[in-house]
Design a protein around this ligand. Sequence first.
Ligand SMILES: Cc1ncc(COP(=O)(O)O)c(C=O)c1O
Length: 400
Amino acid sequence: MATSLQSSAPAASVPFSRQLCSGYRSSPSVSFPHSLSLKSLKTTTVAKSSKISAVVKTESSGLEQTEVDISLSPRVNSVKPSKTLVINDKATALAQAGVPVIRLVAGEPDFDTPAAIAEAGINAIREGYTKYTPNAGTLELRTAICHKLQEENGISYTPDQIVVSNGAKQSILQAVYAVCSPGDEVAKHPRLLVLSDEIYEHIIYAPATHTSFASLPGMWERTLTVNGFSKAFAMTGWRLGYIAGPKHFIAACNKIQSQFTSGASSIAQKAGVAALDLGFAGGKAVSTMVKAFRERRDFLVKSLGELEGVKMSEPQGAFYLFIDCSAYYGSEAEGFGKIENSESLCGYLLDKAQVALVPGDAFGDDSCIRISYSASLTTLKAAVQRIKKALLPLRPVVPV
Ligand SMILES: Cc1ncc(COP(=O)(O)O)c(C=O)c1O
């Protein structure tokens, strides 16, 4: 069947017929044969159900007008888009349009992946190490992870108690899928499980130290430890994380992953082995980055601490400053309107100072805004100047 469509939306292909979705509410819909590819679509919204009108040219019968039900699962409405990603996209679009926005949004180190790690990935490709790996990850990487967890965290696992995934975020999702049911609440002791995300363990400022939850007395059996390579090894784009825990739970995560995505990238896994080979806590490559983060933190804490009405505590790890700016809420900003909350304050700072920050309500505290200091000192200095200039005419309305 040859197809051509005359309308305006981007290219799409019809992936499946609605009838295949078990439990999907019945609605008038059209299912297409697999070979039908929609080049462009005209979208009309009809009452509450969204439908696409498509003109389909078939070899047998010429032009046909048909409708596709494009309503989505209620599940989609229950998921809030990541505010950080939304703001980052907005700031990136502004930057691409020529606005000199300083983006202090992303949870992503501004360093390159250390050379030895990158080389291992490149070699993997050169050597043709580009096939599927076991679902739970290569034995080589899982063995290296077990060694790391023993040496650095004091927790013992065997390779069958590890599942490597496409980033820590996936490990978290799979763990929640594996153990939580709709309506579950925080349970009493026997059912209490801890999901411990330790991805920032190496980005920590002495004298602070990291303790793995599973290493605490009586906690090994009830802790799922999540970690990954994105932060400490500046490997956000490689998409590599893992979960460790008692076999019963890890086998469940493994099963879920086998149907979600299969194993993580073979290339990234080779790079992960090289990362764990850098030495205790990532060796010099990681400590150099941590030193730079620390300098930036010290600069921000000092310079933003001078601002009237601002409260913050000094972060002991990671690369974010969470600043309480609620004293400014209620003030009128000329040409912008009232600053009501963290979202409008971030909107104002993006407008006025061209600095992109994340509203604290994305993390459950509307009194704060978040600054990511994964940017050079020079960039941070420019950002602070702009923020100070923008906040100066506002003046805090709540005395602090
Ligand atoms: C606490 C924490 N855990 C996990 C992640 C995501 O890690 P990954 O890139 O391995 O999915 C982030 C990223 O921002 C994070 O801040």
